[in-house]
Design a protein around this ligand. Structure first.
Ligand code: GLN
Ligand code: ZN
Length: 754
């Protein structure tokens, strides 16, 4: 009999209950009891949903108040010294969010997802000490609710691989020490039941780095496996293929192995090998990180294929990764177009898909509800293949006939023309686009969205904001102005809302970090731009000043990377459609007299694939798309781009190939060190390395900005350098922004005289 599993379940709650209680707790408006009570309600509810869907392997310890890597830090007791004296929840949240003078641990993206984990901070003196409470309690809690769970743990190798050390040592020197604690933990777990499944998440083995350390797998897992006969270990990977790890695991005596067959289709190559062992295969066949319905018949065919190789009693079907990465349920989506809704599947709906496919694969009969869902699945896929909501011949035709990716002249010629027209001197100053998003501004936008205030009232408020923004920039003496982006809630959503082919869920929240959730727009169909999206506000701002106002757009790659994207046509195709929308917008801005246009690619680097073999393809598609989107710019129109990071060493050639006239980047925190790569490769275009860090409320003084400019001048010639903050100012307050920019302009004036 084939069984079913779920890698892990989300935790934020269908109404973001966890978010709300957490934020109240931090604001001292909720007690610890209330926090724990909500947690227990959520866990119970999530277990019940999975149980009702007849999932065989349901997890415990997939719940967390903040993040599972952080929980693992607590479990292993490897707390950096600066947190000494703190304990319990106070310690827990201090690690994640800092406390007074104690700096929080770093946070970074979980593989290629938009979820962030807390980075363990270790050094060669780190001592580990087991704290198994949460894990043991959660198992018992589930059992009281009638479920014998598999216990989810972050595996020791992935834990160390994701850690950073603060003394330059290699975290793997701690491997033996950490294993002792894992063994102790397993011993405690083994007392819980006669048979107990433990899932070790080891996603590091889907990366090239993982391939280099596969020799650690056998020693570690043979050791862990020998702790107790009661324990059955499942080694879990997701997001990509893990073939090299499989080569090791087939030699081991652990119970099972979880592979992603959605994002790691190459894993199929391992099936024969696995068949020859006793390993149970947990096959991730349902997309755990995208929102579209699976084609049940197609998936079933795939399962039937696998089950001719792997015996059915050693096959378990489930999600490709934790359902943490998709929204909770479609049940609140009463505003979505009926057809679009019928194409979607969030976490709860995915549970049904798993249940149905498992039953069908076992030749079991579906009950009435399941049968209905199965029929709806077939029908919705049929409408999907022909729906005019999705398929737009004009868009497809236009993509086919694209011939021009290149701007009219090369950079050397363009910049001469631009300098004549724009007439800027050395070290021109500008900002990245947004100005403070005040709570009044948010209220106005919300009120307008809900129909509580009229368009006139709303637009007057936006105009006021822009007027003030322009006035301040003029007074302050900035050279290239921006309108401040008051009309935008989010740099992707704003564009998505105006594009055909996009839909928005009401409740499609996904945890990004801690209590923070995002609601990525749903790119479901061929994308086109019915009307100009930004021209009105940019030209309004331009008409208020004699200085140049920079038009502000989000680039196609970033729009793509921050949306839930349809999977029925190649990503490259979709990106081209988006690029054409931006291309048209640039043409319109240009025709309305806008001379500088910035195309933000904040998420350009995020989209990089996990494995090197796929990098060239991604780079080509990303560069092509960006170039296509700006190819409507005349030689005289200056194209800027902005990227939110500072490490360009690996990708400098790609950045150069994008051929933007000016790029602004986030170098502040690294001085001029990281900038050297631009000089080293002979980067020709102009660069605006951030001269102060906008992520902190601190106001930089003139002297330190001047020093930063001096440092930059050591690397790049003053003729090619722009002076700007290192990112948009929307998260800052006016009281911080004003003096900071005044100091920036003062410092620049001093620098020009050097
Ligand atoms: N123009 C955007 C802003 O200033 C860019 C933000 C970003 O790249 N993250 O807010
Ligand atoms: Zn940025």
């Amino acid at each position: 009999m084939i069984k079913s599993y779920v890698t892990g379940f989300g935790r934020i709650g269908e109404q973001r209950e966890l978010k709300k209680v957490l934020e109240n707790f931090w604001a001292k408006k909720a007690t610890k009891d209330e926090l724990e009570k909500t947690a227990s309600i959520l866990k119970k509810r999530h277990w019940k949903y999975q149980k009702d869907a007849q999932i065989d392997f349901i997890s415990s310890n997939d719940f967390s108040f903040y993040d599972l890597v952080l929980d693992t830090i607590i479990t292993l007791g490897c707390i950096p010294d600066r947190f000494k004296g703190l304990d319990g929840l106070e310690l827990y949240f201090a690690l994640a969010r800092g406390q007074k003078d104690i700096k929080a641990l770093e946070m970074t993206k979980w593989f290629n997802t938009n979820y962030h984990y807390i980075v363990p901070e270790l050094n060669k003196n780190t001592k580990f000490k087991l704290n198994s409470q949460k894990i043991i309690n959660e198992y018992k809690e589930a059992k009281e609710n009638g479920i014998k769970t598999k216990i989810n743990l972050i595996g020791p190798i992935t834990f160390l691989a994701l850690s950073k050390t603060n003394d330059g040592s290699c975290s793997f020197e701690l491997l033996n020490d950490i294993l002792v604690v894992y063994e102790e933990l397993l011993e405690e777990i083994s007392k819980l039941d006669d048979e107990i499944f433990v899932q070790f998440d080891e996603p590091i083995f889907v990366t090239d780095f993982g391939d280099k350390i596969v020799d650690k797998i056998l020693p570690v897992y043979e050791k862990l496996n020998s702790v107790s006969k009661n324990i059955k270990i499942i080694f879990a990977t997701y997001f990509e293929e893990a073939l090299k790890a499989v080569d090791e695991l087939v030699k081991s005596s652990i119970y099972g192995l979880e592979l992603d067959f959605v994002y790691g289709q190459k894993n199929e190559l391992a099936l024969e090998k696995i068949a020859k062992t006793d390993l149970t295969l947990f096959a991730g066949i349902i997309d755990g990180r995208n929102v579209w319905k699976s084609d049940i018949d197609e998936r079933l065919e795939f399962v039937n294929k696998i089950s001719t190789i792997i015996p059915k009693d050693r096959l378990v079907l489930g999600t490709s990764c934790s359902l943490l990465h998709v929204p909770f349920s479609l049940k609140y989506e009463d505003k979505l177009n009926k057809d679009i809704k019928s194409w979607l599947s969030f976490a709860l709906e995915k549970l049904e898909e798993i249940a149905i496919i498992t039953k069908l694969a076992n030749n079991q009969e579906l009950n009435e509800t399941e049968n209905k869902i199965y029929q709806e699945n077939k029908n919705s896929l049929k409408t999907k293949s022909t729906s005019t909501l999705i398929h737009d011949k004009n868009v497809q035709q236009r993509v086919k006939s694209i011939s021009k990716f290149q701007r009219e002249k090369d950079f050397a010629e363009r910049i001469k023309i631009q300098r004549q027209i724009l007439n800027y001197g050395i070290l021109p100053t500008t900002t990245i686009g947004s100005f403070p998003q005040t709570s009044e501004l948010r209220q106005v936008r919300n009120a307008y969205k809900k129909g509580l205030i009229s368009k006139e009232v709303y637009e007057d408020d936006i105009k006021d904001y822009i007027d003030n923004c322009i006035k301040f920039q003029e007074e302050c003496g900035i050279d290239v102005l921006v309108h401040g982006e008051p009309e935008r809630n989010d740099m992707v959503e704003y564009f998505g809302e105006q594009l055909k082919g996009y839909a928005f869920s009401k409740n499609g929240w996904v945890q990004s970090y801690g209590s923070r959730c995002v609601k990525p727009p749903l790119l479901f169909g061929d994308v086109s731009r019915p009307e100009p999206m930004t021209v009105k506000w940019i030209t309004y701002a331009q008409n208020k000043t004699k200085k140049i106002v920079k038009g502000m757009l989000t680039g196609p790659v970033t729009i793509l990377n921050w949306s839930f994207v349809r999977n029925d046509i190649p990503r490259g195709e979709i990106a081209k459609q988006l690029a054409l929308c931006i291309n048209d917008e640039i043409a319109d801005l240009q025709n309305s007299g806008i001379k500088i246009i910035q195309v933000d690619e904040a998420a350009f680097k995020e989209g990089y694939p996990l494995r090197e073999v796929n990098v060239a393809e991604y780079e080509k598609f990303a560069v092509d798309c960006f170039k296509l989107s700006v190819s409507s710019a005349k030689a005289s129109t200056q194209i800027h781009t902005h990227m939110c990071y500072s490490e360009f060493n690996d990708i400098i050639k790609t950045i150069e190939a994008m051929d933007a006239d000016v790029i602004s980047i986030e170098t502040t925190r690294s001085g001029n060190e990281l900038l050297k790569i631009f000089a080293k490769v002979g980067y020709k275009q102009e660069v605006g390395p951030g001269v102060y860090d906008i992520h902190s409320p601190r106001i930089p003084n003139t002297k330190e900005i001047l020093n930063q400019i001096k440092a930059l001048l050591e690397v790049l010639p003053k003729e090619r350098l722009w002076i700007n903050p290192d990112c948009g100012l929307k998260t800052r307050k006016w009281e911080e922004v004003k003096p900071s920019l005044i100091n920036l302009v003062k410092a620049t004036k001093l620098a020009r005289e050097l």
